[in-house]
Design a protein around this ligand. Structure first.
Ligand code: SF4
Ligand code: SF4
Length: 268
């Protein structure tokens, strides 16, 4: 009986995957963002750094830093209220990884399922990267690396240029970019999960979020459809309302739940 139920749930999951309007909407927004603001993730992180450096140096001015401040404060407020919509819907580096995961699935590449315990440890890497950048570069003014070391910079130059040249990939950043691209074929949101320093800032901020993915566990039984669908490998089993900074608001769990048990709203 329980096997039958599980099979029915799996069938429902497959049906829903094909016609998921939320995912359709998300991908349309991702494509629009990819075309209109391809380098927004770089600009956001750069603005964050400039803001911190100017405040530490005591030379912040409204005229010079007002726009950066507005961008950063606005994004942080949105993240503190609603979570990481930037990562799920707007960031083109995230969209590129979603696209590569899609290609990986089409090529029938077996997804690597990282056990939650290992995944939890690996996810700390992005906080270490952020701390090193914040301490040495933003705080200490030490240029640890030039821009050719940054995979973000490589993607930005490639996409923002009217005449994209593949030579930008012949650099340390280009090699890292290649590793991220290959990694994304096997692991959903490979870079976002483990390495993104901007994602680390959003992960910390989104712990304050008021609107959450809500999932009362009473109806779940042994079903793990939502956890299995989560590109950030959030272990949804442990939450009534997702309180993880890793959630990027992609809503894949909501569209996947066979019991329609998942909603998005204020966690009372
Ligand atoms: S974690 Fe970083 S790369 Fe991933 S979507 Fe968020 S900002 Fe973009
Ligand atoms: S918990 Fe749900 S909304 Fe959050 S990242 Fe995972 S699948 Fe997406």
């Amino acid at each position: 009986m329980s096997d039958l139920k599980t099979n029915n749930q799996k069938n429902n999951v497959n049906k829903k995957r094909k016609i998921n309007p939320i995912q359709l909407f998300r991908h349309v927004i991702q494509i629009i963002a990819y075309i209109t603001f391809p380098g927004l993730f770089v600009d956001t992180f750069r603005s964050m750094g400039l803001l911190v450096s100017t405040i530490i140096a005591g030379n912040w001015t409204m005229a010079d830093n007002g726009l950066q401040t507005l961008l950063i404060v606005g994004l942080l407020i949105i993240t503190a209220l609603f979570g990481r919509f930037f990562c799920g819907f707007i960031c083109s580096f995230g969209a590129m990884q979603d696209f590569l995961s899609f290609i990986g699935r089409k090529l029938r590449i077996k997804r690597v399922r990282v056990p939650h315990k290992v995944d939890k440890i690996l996810k700390h890497a992005k906080y270490v990267i952020l701390a090193v950048i914040a301490f040495f570069v933003w705080g200490g003014g030490i240029a640890l690396f030039d821009s050719s070391y940054s995979p973000w910079q490589v993607m930005e130059s490639f996409m923002s240029s009217g005449n994209p040249e593949f030579s930008v990939f012949a650099s340390v950043g280009g090699i890292l970019m290649g590793i991220i691209m290959v990694g994304s074929l096997f692991i959903d949101r490979f870079f976002c999960r483990y390495f993104c320093p901007l994602g680390a800032i959003f992960a910390i901020t989104s712990r304050l979020r008021i609107f959450k993915i809500k999932k009362p566990t009473a109806k779940c039984g042994n079903c793990k459809a939502c956890s299995n669908a989560c590109p950030m490998n959030v272990n949804m089993k442990v939450y009534e309302a997702v309180n993880s900074g890793e959630c990027i608001d992609c809503m894949r769990c909501k569209g996947t739940c066979p019991s329609k048990n998942i909603s998005f709203g204020i966690d009372k």
